[in-house]
Design a protein around this ligand. Sequence first.
Ligand code: SF4
Length: 704
Amino acid sequence: PRKGAGGGASTCTTCPYCGVGCGVIATPDFTAPTPRVEIAGDTDHPANFGRLCVKGMALGETVSTEGRLLHPQVYGQKAGWSQTLDLVASRFAKTIEKHGPDSVALYVSGQLLSEDYYVANKLMKGFVGSANIDTNSRLCMASSVAGHKRAFGTDTVPGTYEDLEEADLVVLTGSNLAWCHPVLYQRIAAAKAARPTMRVVNIDPRRTATCDLSDLHLPLAPGSDVALFNGLLAAIAKSGAVDDSFVETHVNGFDAALAAAQAVDLSVCDLDAGDIATFFDWFCSTEKTVTVYSQGVNQSSAGADKVNAILNCHLATGRIGRAGMGPFSVTGQPNAMGGREVGGLANMLACHLDLENANHRDAVQGFWNAPVMADKAGLKAVDMFEAVGSGKIKAIWIICTNPVVSMPDADAVKAALEGCDFVVVSDMYATTDTARLAHVVLPATGWGEKDGTVTNSERRISRQRAFLPSAGESRHDWDILSDVARRMGFSGFEYERPVDIFREYAALSGLAAHLGRDFDISGLKDITDAEYEALQPVQWPVSTVKTGGRFFGQGGFFTEDGRARMLPVTHRPPQGKRARKYPMWLNTGRVRDHWHTMTRTALSARLGGHLAEPFLEIHPVDAKALGLKPASLADVTSPRGTATLRVLVTDRLRQGEVFAPMHWTGETAPTGRIDALVAPIVDPVSGQPESKATPVRVSPHSAA
Ligand code: SF4
């Protein structure tokens, strides 16, 4: 290992922010008064080949222990670990005994490592006997999971990052890749620079930074994606671009999906007809096409249908699982994919097994030697916090996430936690809006202190490695969860290190593969301690016969008959209604230099320098009509609340629509606790909230 300036050895690890999953080389300097960490991109990591975005480059500025929670706290008082975990275990056990297993819940995070996630899921589903475990990944990519399962039989991302570089046409839809997955954007930009015939189409109501790369921008009306992709499917059929052989051999449902598509009314997209024709022509005539999509598609009351509308076009053309072709959902969080794999969603079992399938449940219960097994889906995020508010859930443990800021209807989430009998929060900080409401706060280790694995958007498993000592008395999440499980009297949680969990998880995946599931890392079930320590990034499957690569190029879908399913889908507009009182659409999203609720990125002055405060993007015509001057303050109001934001007048978005970032909180103006305005409307299939289309009114700020 190379040595840094302060003599500390370098460690290969993985960035803890977005789902690109870049490899990072961290070199701590322990000679400084507080440890400094030099950061570099890992040139050997296949996700980034040495590149890092500005958030990744600033990681060294976010590892200070200043402000960290260093000891357990019980009712605001410092406490010892043993008495605190006894309290947590006994309160959960007593609540379960009195009110049943569904009276408790875990709410976790795509920031957790797979080993943490696996233990949390095992505890709830196999030992507590409830599937009331859900995750902030519900807000991020649940619609993609649902769409994949409906079309492929499993939640499988078919392709690899290389496909984005090898494609002749890259369609980016609902994805501001330049800001939200910057290194993937850089990879496409580099490929396009080297091969100028490559085309990029950007489908987004806003003209984001990603448009710098686009040959065509389609600023479609919010929520009209299904109509656009249905129109595309009809055009595919009309132009003769259907791959008849692939459809005949590998796909069901073509006729019904096409009939639904041909009934489309493209006027709902509010796009220039010539631009639509150009997009359809490029797609139909370009064999090597990849469609990348993320939150603009997923965060919708029709999110799963949008995903299936996209998948339909790739299944009809047979452009899936081959070099430079395929649908590609990019995940928001560093381990959203790992959370899906361990079954961290309320409607999933571990290793892509199905909660509703009795054979699958029996197999997992037998493998875990579990006393009980959840046999029905638990409450998804929005329903979970509503159940906290109604008193149905009486004890909740929130790990590594800040729902009081990030959930829709955030003020109701806050009120629900304020009224809950027992709230436990595991976090690095006791100062988050959520931790401040907890009866018990448990200090958890953070990036640089913990060990385990994460899976990125292309199914690549990478190690996160520790290179710093744990802050204060903080402990790893898997360790805290296992300790509580043991104190509740459960056996099967005697793990000493993350590798113990990983081996068990890999062995379970072999069982899942035997039951016809896609997720298989059984080739790693006998991994030695030293091999785990040295594990290089590897794309699953990692079975005894196959490692990495694409899925479905030759069919082989994970449905009962091995054929993919095209679904008939029809356009449904956003469920919120614009009316005279709330005449504008509010769209929410990320900015380039901040992450989630800023608990870490706000520690970096460099990152804060990009955009120092929350803002409201508004079209010049709307700003003038409302009497809003650039940099003045505006109040944005929905039926649920008001945020006060700095006005940014720009023609980058459509008239009648405004955009605000989702990161900021705060009690004084400008205050951007924007999710307090968003209604808890969800997709009926995926349970993912509609975070991109909230009816609001905008007015000059009133100090009153
Ligand atoms: Fe980290 Fe994502 Fe940036 Fe890569 S692109 S350095 S994973 S935030």
